[in-house]
Structures are given as C-alpha cells and as structure tokens.
Design a protein around this ligand. Structure first.
Ligand SMILES: [Zn+2]
Length: 445
C-alpha cells in the first residue's frame, strides 16, 4: 500500500513488546505509530504474531547459494571449500546470476529480510574481459533485488590480487579491474535507486595491495558510502600479512585510512587486543556471520569484546549455508555461551538490534530498522502460534523469536509499505523453491 494502516497484534518497539499497535504508512514510510489499539481499525491490514522492524542481512554473496548441500560432502578447510566456490563462479553470466539472485533474494524475503548487503566481486566475463556494460553483473543483482521486493546495498568489491604481491589466479581474473583507480571509474557509473544504494568493499588485505587501499577508502569517503572488508577470517591471512607488512590486517587497514564509522569488518575472527582497540576506537562495525563461520570452521570471533570496545554489531548469512537471520542472532550468543560456559552475553533485544537497526546502519540505511514515525515502513512478522513458538507469554515474544523461531516462522514481510510476503507466500515470485532449483540447475548444466 502507498497509504494505509497495518495493525500489529504484537510489536517489538526496541525494548518492549506491545500488544495492539497501529502503524500508519504513507509513501513507503511510517507516518505514525499508535499503541494501545486493542482491535484492528476499519480497513487496516492485520499482521498476526510478533512484528519486528525488517531484518537486515549485512553480508551476502548470492551465488554461494548454489553450493548448498554439495559442499557438505567430505572433509577439508576454508581453502578447499573456496575451490568448489570458484568452480561455481566460473559459470556465472549476467543472466544466470540474475535468475539465481532473484530466487535467493526471494528466499531472503520469505525469511523476513528486507535489506541485503551484497558483497559483489564477480564483475567480468571469464578471463577478465569486461562485458559490454562493465557493470552488467552488478546491475543484474540490483534488478534481482527489485524483482524480489527487497532493498539492496550493492557493495561493489575491489579485488586485484590473489595474495600479497601475487597476481590474480585464473578464477580471480573475473574479479579484477586491474587497479583500484579502474575499479573506482567503473563503480562511479552505478546509480542509486529507490530500493538500491551503492557502497564499496575491499575484498580483503590479500586481494587489494596496501598501496591501493586508500583509493577505495577515498571513493567511499567522498560519497559517504558504506565500506566493507573481509577481515581476519583465517589465521593464514594474518600470517601472510605479518610476513609481508610486519603488521596485522587490522593495523594495515588503520594505517591506510580504511577504518571508521562507515566501515564494517566482516568476520573479525582472529584479532589481537590492539586490533580490537583499533576497530572499537574508530567506531568500525563488525558483521558476524555465525552460521558460515561455523560451517567453514573459521573459529569464533570476539564479538563481546569488539562491541564493548565500541564496534557496532551486524549479522549476515554470507555463504547461505542457511538463510535465517534469527539463527544468526542466536548463534552469536550461543557460540559465546559454549566458549565461556556462561549465559546471557546479549539480551534478545540487543540481538534483534544487530539484526535490524545496526544492520541497516552498516548498509547505509540509517532510516530503516525501527518501528517509529519517519522510518521506512519495513516490517517482519514472526508467528507466535507455530509448533516452535506457541506457549510463551506474548510479552516474551522477542526472546521466543530469537531463541526458538526460525525463518520458517516468518509470516509477513513488508518493504516500504508493500506486502512482499503475505501469510508465508511471496507475492512477487510465485514459486520460490522452483525458482531456486531452476537457477541452481542452470549453473550445474
Ligand atoms: Zn564473505
């Protein structure tokens, strides 16, 4: 709807769950929030269950969805997994990538995700030849998000080298623009749209030579755009960086002006105390991807210490081993419980803030992620009457959503006032499982 009212049976308003909340919407934004409305006003759309602000998936590589299941056979490490991932990347074209991303973003909408941060680095044709439109791949992703009904921040990624002082390997030729200057020139052509914002990414300190980091940081700074970077996911990256530069990846980024409040480090797994102080002190965010980090045997990052030092937390499904932001949120807390053998490092509300307001802020959508007047009308409703969620008092809805619900309990997803998922069905992509199966099959063929 462009103008109208949603009636929320229960709503999480940032700290407490309120019963009976009317949300007026005009031009895609919330114009008023009224509590103490026990029954739906005439003409209102009813959202039964617990309504949260829309969820932000702050770190995604859409094509990794094609690896689901297939990479669970056999053993190995992050690095052997990467070889399988590259073999999928080799087969992507603008058309096959569009079809896959449309289906993956539709899966995200069904999981209550209203905004995705797409960390995008497959830019060129195999061998590194640019497409006729050098941004054909990025444009395919922006179009896919529009068709799936969600917002996107396209984090266009600079990727120039396979390691410190090493040229890209044959898989990575597709990722490289040759120099950060050429990357910046290509990205400058990308246009923002109502549903799409453009940000920057440094793939990692392995993939962008130190002397070119400032070019990417400067591009983002000029546009006040978000800047993301994979950081210390693997100890091998730290070892190679220390050998090449005599400092940790975090220190290297700090020394080249990459850190700051619009920057997000993704993973931030293997850090020194000085790294944590640098990230926190500069206000650099941390995007944890717990389901991927456990899937790839990365390790558990120091999220508690990072947040305490001043680093805001966001969450991402990254490799899409599963797409479930509620699972990401609880996994961050549960990892910490296993490590420390104590409970309650974050409240359910704090975990939901990472999945909503702080996730949106990390993607450059400061006006999304809360249910209040002026915010974008992005809402996610979790059923409180499913086999997983029935029983607890509704006022414990946030705890129930975070610690017991799954993506399958998402009943409604509203983006900019538009009902994208209604009663568990996508309103724009008629058969999402079929779309996923077809798109993945096309990459196998
Ligand atoms: Zn990633």
């Amino acid at each position: 709807m462009t103008k109208g009212t949603y009636w929320l049976e229960h709503a999480w308003l940032g700290t407490t769950v309120e019963p009976g909340v009317a949300v007026d919407v005009a031009d895609g934004r919330i114009s008023a929030v009224r509590t103490g409305v026990p029954t739906p006003p005439p003409g209102a759309e009813v959202l039964r269950g617990l309504t949260l602000p829309g969820l932000a998936n702050a770190h995604s590589h859409a094509f990794h969805r094609a690896l689901r299941g297939t990479v669970q056979v056999g053993s190995g490490t992050f690095w052997t997994w990467r070889e399988v991932m590259y073999s999928v990347a080799d087969h992507l074209t603008p058309d096959t990538y569009h079809d896959l991303a449309r289906a993956v973003y539709a899966e995200m909408a069904l999981a209550g995700i209203t905004c995705v941060g797409e960390f995008h680095y497959v830019h060129h044709a195999p061998g590194g030849t640019p497409y006729a439109d050098p941004n054909a791949m990025g444009e395919a992703l922006v179009a896919a998000a529009a068709e799936a009904g969600i917002r996107i921040t396209l984090l266009d990624t600079c990727y120039l080298s396979s390691g410190f002082g090493e040229p890209p390997n044959h898989h990575q030729l597709r990722f490289s623009d040759g120099s950060a200057e050429a990357w910046a020139t290509r990205c400058a052509v990308l246009k923002e749209r109502d549903h799409a914002r453009i940000g920057a990414a440094i793939h990692s300190v392995r993939a962008v030579p130190a002397g070119q980091l400032a070019t990417v940081a400067g591009w983002a700074e000029e546009r006040r755009a978000p800047l993301h970077v994979h950081l210390s996911e693997q100890t091998a990256e730290n070892d190679a960086c220390l050998a090449a530069h005599g400092r940790t990846p975090t220190r290297l980024l700090a020394d080249h002006g990459v850190l700051g409040p619009r920057t997000t480090g993704v993973h931030n797994t293997h850090l020194t105390d000085e790294d944590i102080a640098l990230l926190g002190g500069s206000g650099t965010g941390t995007c944890m991807c717990p389901t991927t980090e456990r899937d790839l045997a990365d390790g558990i990052g120091p999220a508690v210490a990072l947040q305490r030092a001043g680093s805001p937390l966001s969450l991402g499904s990254d490799s899409h081993a599963v797409i479930d932001l509620l699972e990401e949120a609880r996994a961050m807390e549960l990892n910490e419980r296993l490590r420390t053998r104590t409970r309650g490092h974050w409240t359910a509300a704090a975990l939901l803030r990472a999945a909503t307001a702080d996730g949106h802020a990390a993607l450059g959508w400061d006006e999304a992620g809360t249910i209040e007047a002026g915010a974008l009308a992005d809402l996610t409703t979790v059923a409180l009457d499913s086999v997983r969620t029935a029983g607890p008092l509704p006022r414990l809805g946030a705890e129930t959503a975070v610690f017991a619900a799954t993506a399958a309990d998402v009943r409604h997803t509203v983006v900019g006032g538009r009902h994208v998922v209604r009663d568990g069905a996508h309103t724009l992509v008629p058969d999402v499982p079929h779309a996923l199966a077809r798109a993945v099959e096309a990459l196998r063929a």
